[in-house]
Write a protein that binds this ligand. Sequence first.
Ligand code: DOR
Ligand code: ZN
Length: 437
Amino acid sequence: MSGSYIKNPLKAGNLIIVNGHLYDPLENIDIVNGWIIVENGKIRDIGAGHRAFSCDYPIVDAQGSLVCPGFTDIHVHLRQPGGEHKATIESETNAALAGGYTHVLAMPNTSPPPDSVENLDLITPLLEKNALCRVSVCAAASIGRNGVKSVDYQELIQKGIKVFSDDGDCLEDETLLSAMLEKSAETGVTFSDHCEIRALSGKNPVNQGNVAVKLGLRGQKESSETVAAAKGIMLSYETGGHYHIQHISSSKTIELVRWAKARGLNVSCEVTPHHLIMSETDVLTHGTIAKCAPPLRTEHDRRQLISALEDGIIEYIATDHAPHDLKSKNTDMTSASFGIAAIETAVPLLLKLVHAGDISMKTLISCLTRGSYLLGCEKRLLPGSVGDFTIVDPDREWMFSGNRYSMGKNNPFSGTLFKGCIIYTIIDGIVRYEFTC
Ligand code: DOR
Ligand code: ZN
């Protein structure tokens, strides 16, 4: 599939899925008891009820589960090349499969970053050799991700790049930001921004507020996100380019996106499961494990993020899966690395919000499947579509005792009894992950 990589692509997968609740809200498909035939890696046919099958393809029984188009995560850190002491392409794509993801967008804060065709050409063979799920590469927007000189967008676009970002850092320079969005308007690529004005965040470890005061720490001002987002939105207004806000955390940024969407601007945003589930007070319990960028904000912000999902202002849920080694987390708050290795628990955590009645299943699955469209690799429950599925039992209980596949053990939810479980992750009609207790 153009622009995405996976080890040993097995296009010839044949499979029959039976007894599942076929659910693709973006295509208005909702078949309570249905079947799917996958042939040569693609959906051949789909239907309702029970039926006999004459072919001898392997059968997946999805009794009690939702069968959805394979989930796509548009914000994942794989760390390789350069960060192999934290994680590898193999370990993190394995973790992605366990989390129910068939396709991830790899962020560019690697060493070297994908900021030229030469550097991209170093990364793609590693993906072809090691990726266990589909991976698209998010190219850097500036050389070395240092915000001084634009990358050669066109040569990277010709290599299949669909999204640019300096993630980990914000593209603060207005000239570069404007040029990036002009290129986006011309070609349809997305610019995905880590909104953080460094002078306002100070790269401080927590949100500015009561918790920072209690811990005697300097905080990140909310304006570090809002000012960056406002700038991007205005430049999108002027250029028509697609400006995507990563890991939105503040209720005021939501107001800006609402304003932009009311005017039909080409603006979108994503939220992480941790910003939907936790707030700044969780730092008091979890310490450095809950240190992330942007920081967890107030309970008010968290409630507003949930409402904005249900309102359609936030269209994507992305994990910002950020594996770190123990050494970089087992230290004081100021020195510890930012990030949560979130991908294995993302869906079960989000199902907590569904069970609590905070968000609908329709919103959840829409936000987990929409990313495939952004990456130009649409996954739909329709004949002819790629045979990628995530099969989720929303009611099955299981105990999470720490990340099983990710090299990053920095996940704050160890010891949680989850209600809701990924049962199968299927790519090209091949079962790539199956839940075992
Ligand atoms: O928490 C974060 N961790 N936020 C980021 O933007 C970067 C990421 C990382 O690379 O660890
Ligand atoms: Zn980021």
